[in-house]
Design a protein around this ligand. Structure first.
Ligand code: NAP
Length: 289
């Protein structure tokens, strides 16, 4: 009889059972990502359309037993619906099952009176990622965490690790400022791209052609920031102290885009002003005021 090597016993990881309420962009992406990482996940979509999308994606639809057995319940619903969604599942969940929302702006008091009174652990898992489709991935992004108990914080860290995410802890009192920063870096960056495209359109170029040309430029600016930091990663006329060019831009731009340009150029000057001759900084300050 040939000798057969005994298969090495792999320790069986017991991931917490998760129920995700809502099967929209983030709910769908989380269900997909966690399932891939081996977590037992079931989902609770609301509309018939969401039920269909969930079923066709292969997600398991949660029943009463799933809710009763859940170790973690993620509320992947719009911020304004967090308290309603909590109320929807509260009776069916075990008394100690943590409720977690995914909002960047909301504190842990957003779950509503009944959830707060239930004294279960409460948390927030906010992915710093622009998820516009359930097939988007969280890998490489940061999840901002908040939790009312150390045990839940540990679970949320494990959740992030399984999705290949970094973590950050956000103080409850700084929630609104934190989220405003996140919005500035993502959604408002898209609005900035729209302003840049409007400037090129003003020059007579076509909108689609402009965006196609500007996107790689935007990526190269972000790459410069990523590899060289704020001051050394910056380029443009303010950095070069080119007063005449900045003046020409201000005269050429449509008024609304000009306002944005002025504000952001002042911010740029704050970053690099110390490296320019004093008279250049003064001249730039004057035309950007
Ligand atoms: N998208 C992002 O990039 C992003 C990033 C970070 C954090 N977040 C946070 O993630 C959460 C979800 O955002 P999202 O972008 O995934 O929203 P979304 O795509 O609009 O999905 C929300 C889902 O919630 C369901 N829903 C709405 N009200 C409900 C209720 N009362 N009970 C049960 N289900 C309900 C909707 O169901 P139906 O489809 O059946 O109507 C919808 O599928 C929000 O807190 C948001 O702040 C989003």
């Amino acid at each position: 009889m040939g000798s057969r090597k005994k298969a090495k016993q792999q320790p069986v990881k017991r991931w917490p059972r998760v129920v995700i309420v809502g099967f929209g962009r983030v709910g769908g992406a989380l269900a997909r990502g966690l399932r891939k990482a081996g977590w037992p996940v079931s989902v609770l979509p609301r509309s018939q359309d969401s039920v269909r999308r969930a079923a066709s994606s292969g997600a398991r639809l949660a029943d009463h037993d799933d809710l009763r057995a859940a170790h973690l319940c993620l509320l992947a619903v719009p911020d304004a619906q967090v308290a309603n969604a909590a109320e929807l599942v509260l009776e069916d969940l075990g008394p100690q099952t943590p409720l977690v929302h995914l909002s960047g702006a909301l504190t842990l008091s957003a779950f509503g009176r009944a959830a707060l009174d239930s004294r279960r652990p409460l948390g927030s898992f906010h992915p710093l990622a622009a998820i516009s489709d359930p097939t988007d991935t969280f890998a490489g992004h940061t999840a901002s965490l908040a939790a009312s108990t150390p045990g839940l914080l540990k679970t949320l860290r494990a959740l992030a690790t399984s999705l290949s995410m970094h973590t950050l802890e956000v103080p409850e009192t700084g929630r609104a400022a934190y989220h405003a920063g996140a919005v500035l870096s993502a959604g408002l960056l898209v609005a900035l791209a729209d302003a840049a495209v409007a400037a090129l359109e003003h020059a007579g170029l076509h909108r689609d052609q402009s965006l196609e040309a500007l996107l790689p430029l935007m990526r190269s600016a972000l790459n410069g920031l990523s590899s060289r930091g704020f001051a050394r990663g910056l380029t443009g006329p303010v950095v070069r102290g080119d007063v005449a060019v900045v003046q020409a831009h201000l005269e050429a731009l449509p008024a609304e885009v000009g306002t944005l340009y002025r504000l952001l150029s002042r911010r740029t000057l704050d970053l690099v002003g110390g490296t320019l001759p004093a008279e250049t900084t003064l001249a730039l300050k004057r035309i950007l005021a």
